[in-house]
Design a protein. Structure first.
Length: 162
């Protein structure tokens, strides 16, 4: 069995409206929410083996804050550009980057793709995955290569204000 955790980046800052979207940083709230959500993973008994992030500044910083809380070396975060506004196919394709020795992977991305993934693939009924929202998804597959969207099941969903 494999576990995929999908995290929407933490709250971003709009202090500088001239920045390109990909370069927006986290707000103070985002910086404080990310470690809290990472700690919630630990409380849930989830110990990630690998972190994969969009290259957007806000997603990558969220991943780094999770890594720090989870005692994972930030240098091992895999950066995957296709997760920037990725859809179902990009998230599934990103599973191919996960070493087979890993049983749990965390992916950091963006909406609307994350909410769409939860609702279509996992048959959830989520209006919107909020910033720093965490989806925990189980796969019956024994290997990442065998991961099939038809057997993915949403087992937990939490976010900062929940």
């Amino acid at each position: 069995m494999k576990t995929i955790v999908i995290v929407r980046h933490a709250k971003s800052s709009w202090d500088n409206p001239s920045l390109k979207d990909v370069n927006r940083k986290l707000s103070k709230r985002g910086i404080s929410d990310a470690p809290i959500m990472a700690a919630q993973l630990i409380k849930s008994g989830i110990k990630p083996d690998v972190l994969i992030s969009s290259h957007a500044v806000r997603a990558l910083k969220t991943a780094e804050l999770f890594a720090e809380t989870l005692s994972i070396d930030k240098e091992t975060i895999i950066i995957e550009k296709q997760l920037y506004h990725g859809d179902i196919e990009e998230f599934i394709n990103a599973t191919m980057l996960i070493p087979e020795s890993a049983s749990t992977a965390v992916m950091f991305g963006h909406n609307p793709g994350i909410t769409y993934f939860a609702n279509v693939v996992c048959e959830a009924n989520i209006e919107n995955v909020p910033t720093c929202g965490v989806l925990v998804i189980q796969s019956k597959a024994d290997t990442w290569m065998d991961t099939d969207i038809s057997d993915l099941k949403l087992t937990n969903f939490f976010y900062p204000k929940k």
